[in-house]
Design a protein around this ligand. Structure first.
Ligand SMILES: *[C@@H]1O[C@H](CO)[C@@H](O)[C@H](O)[C@H]1NC(C)=O
Ligand SMILES: *[C@@H]1O[C@H](CO)[C@@H](O)[C@H](O)[C@H]1NC(C)=O
Ligand SMILES: [Ca+2]
Ligand SMILES: [Ca+2]
Length: 238
């Protein structure tokens, strides 16, 4: 019995071990920059995808460029990518099929949790980007492209290969949570439900039943909620 316990504990510590977990109320923490810490998310569907939507929340104090969501296929490293560079004029990039769409987010809001939803539909080419519930002007992009089968989906690093070729200077440092991915473009009502009630789960990646492999230095922690208090030096205790 003791042996069994030791083996179980060891197994759960082995990097690359596939875990399935309800991640509600939890975050992935990437504490330091690296080129070898990441979480690989195992999709429920293998594609090919004629549309994709992704929603997530993150908190990072990085000012340099970093990857929020990197989906590579065997033919294309940036088949779907969310990339952000706060110090480069708030430059936010949505890449589909290896081509980049750029947004200038203008407002700086780095010292807060942020929500991001992005969607793309192949038949119309329409791309939507929502940051903290605010929709950016829609664009038409990569009409007719198909994201090929067997995506490699990685959080924490930006792929320049298929599950490989990371650059420390594009790694994510911070907390990331509530990652859901769908194989269609979400409707306005869908986005509303995700952002308001958090009650729509992804059919490709589902945070409530997440299959993932963690590599390197990262951990799963409870989400911290802000405490509203009045900080003063002579506050009476009750
Ligand atoms: C990362 O940035 C540092 C500092 O600018 C630079 O010296 C280094 O070569 C970069 N590393 C890679 C892999 O690009
Ligand atoms: C989410 O919750 C809201 C409010 O309870 C409800 O109107 C909506 O239909 C729910 N959406 C889903 C997908 O369950
Ligand atoms: Ca890349
Ligand atoms: Ca890169």
């Amino acid at each position: 019995m003791l042996e069994f316990l030791i083996i179980t504990v060891l197994f759960s510590e082995v990097p690359g071990y596939l875990t399935q977990e309800d991640m509600t109320g939890q975050v992935f923490l990437f504490p330091e920059e690296s080129d070898n810490s990441y979480v690989k998310l195992q999709p429920e569907k293998n594609g090919p995808f004629g549309g994709l939507s992704i929603c997530l929340r993150y908190y990072s104090l990085l000012t340099r460029e970093f990857s929020l969501f990197s989906l590579a296929t065997s033919s294309m490293d940036n088949d779907f990518l969310l990339f952000y560079c706060p110090q480069c004029d708030q430059h936010f990039e949505v890449s589909v099929g290896g081509r980049d769409l750029s947004y200038n987010l203008k407002e700086r809001n780095d010292a807060e949790w942020r929500s991001v939803c992005a969607s793309w539909d192949s038949s119309s080419g329409v791309v939507e980007l929502w940051i903290n519930g605010k929709p950016y002007p829609r664009k038409v992009f990569q009409k007719g492209h198909v994201i090929s089968k067997y995506p490699s989906i990685i959080i924490g690093q930006e792929q320049d290969g298929y599950g490989s070729n990371f650059n420390i200077n594009q790694s994510f440092v911070g907390e990331i949570s509530d990652i859901h991915v769908w194989d269609t473009a979400l409707t306005y009502q869908n986005i509303f439900d995700v952002l308001t009630y958090n009650n729509l789960t992804g059919n490709v990646i589902n945070w409530r039943s997440l299959k993932y492999k963690a590599e390197g230095d990262n951990s799963v922690l409870r989400c911290l909620k802000r405490i509203y208090h009045n900080p003063t030096c002579n506050r009476n205790t009750v």
